[in-house]
Design a protein around this ligand. Structure first.
Ligand SMILES: Cc1cc2nc3c(=O)[nH]c(=O)nc-3n(C[C@H](O)[C@H](O)[C@H](O)COP(=O)(O)OP(=O)(O)OC[C@H]3O[C@@H](n4cnc5c(N)ncnc54)[C@H](O)[C@@H]3O)c2cc1C
Length: 289
């Protein structure tokens, strides 16, 4: 565990219904997928010097990295003040005509940064590389816990370092507004998932507050506005329906990891489906956030 990693700088940007924080560290550190940090930014409010808050690290790198990305849901206390602080950089970016802050093209120059310290990284990383199929189920900001796994899985598949052959991200959203802050991160995973045009990744997004028709964007992204057929999706993934088979391969039951970072009701539903429908070959992981 690192405390502080020296003095870091936090670039805080409000973006739609979310706040993005990029920590620029004074030295490189290694963070595994699924780990979180305890963040301390005294400039956030009068009482902030007394508080540290836990946040998942959404960025992922195969080696050590000198920056960490975090996405924060503004709630009532510290996170609301953080969102207010992030308005300054939001305005600076708008003045420059930059519509978004795609992580790789993030421009530090001219943006305001604040002193930050953190503890961590904390928490365990699920050994997702050991499973043939990985299904990730998130609701709203729970996506923050899944993103580093998504990037690690696609990277490891491209580098032939894993036995994964299928990854399916299922994201339940209350409102469409949450998509823009995460869209660049999801697109980066889709762009990287291009080994031999094999495409191991699918993304299914369910939006509650909408009266639109279900639609498919390309081969890999589905939008559901009506109830999502979760049981059918899990069954098809368990059967390996979307795994490209070589001719000699049999139809044996496959092993699947299901990672959940969702509301209690979705967690309960997934647990019940897995217990009732799949007697073996499925391992359920409740993530830290
Ligand atoms: C392991 C972990 C990872 C997390 N990752 C993320 C993330 O990536 N993005 C994100 O938006 N949120 C994340 N959270 C939740 C985030 O830490 C809280 O929303 C934040 O601390 C709330 O601060 P607030 O003062 O605005 O809370 P308030 O609006 O005052 O309260 C909102 C809720 O947050 C809880 N809370 C308040 N302070 C803390 C604290 N210091 N530690 C833990 N919970 C607290 C309260 O009990 C309450 O349930 C994570 C939480 C945990 C435990």
């Amino acid at each position: 565990m690192v405390i502080g990693a020296g003095l870091s700088r936090a670039y805080i940007i409000r973006e739609g219904d979310a706040v993005r924080v990029r920590l620029r560290l004074s030295r490189h550190i290694r963070v595994k997928a699924g780990q979180y940090v305890g963040l301390w930014i005294p400039a956030v409010s009068f009482w902030a010097p007394l508080q540290s808050h836990p946040f998942m690290v959404t960025s992922w790198s195969a080696g050590r990295s000198k920056h960490l990305d975090i996405v924060v849901e503004p709630r009532k206390g510290w996170t609301r003040s953080l969102a207010d602080l992030g308005r300054v950089n939001e305005q600076l970016l708008r003045d420059r005509g930059m519509k978004d802050t795609v992580s790789d093209t993030f421009v530090y120059k001219g943006l305001i940064s604040n002193l930050a310290l953190f503890t961590g990284p904390h928490g365990c990383s699920v050994p997702v590389g050991e499973y043939e199929t990985v299904v990730m189920i998130a609701s709203d900001f729970g996506i923050a816990a899944q993103l580093p796994y998504l990037h690690a899985l696609v990277y490891s598949y491209n580098a032939c370092k894993t036995r994964n052959r299928r990854v399916h991200l299922i994201w339940f959203l209350e409102k469409y507004n949450l998509i823009p802050p995460f869209v660049s991160l999801l697109n980066a995973a889709l762009d990287n998932d291009s080994l031999d045009e094999g495409f191991i990744l699918s993304i299914s997004i369910h939006i509650t507050a909408s009266d639109m028709q279900d639609e498919q964007l390309g081969r890999r992204v589905n939008f559901y506005y009506r109830p999502m057929p979760l049981e059918q999706i899990l069954k098809e993934e368990h059967e390996g329906k979307y795994i490209r088979k070589v001719q000699t391969e049999d139809m044996r039951s496959r092993d699947m990891a299901v990672l959940v970072s969702a509301t209690g009701s979705i967690q309960d539903l997934v647990r019940k489906l897995i217990l009732d429908r799949f007697k073996k070959g499925v391992t359920l992981f409740d993530l830290d956030y």
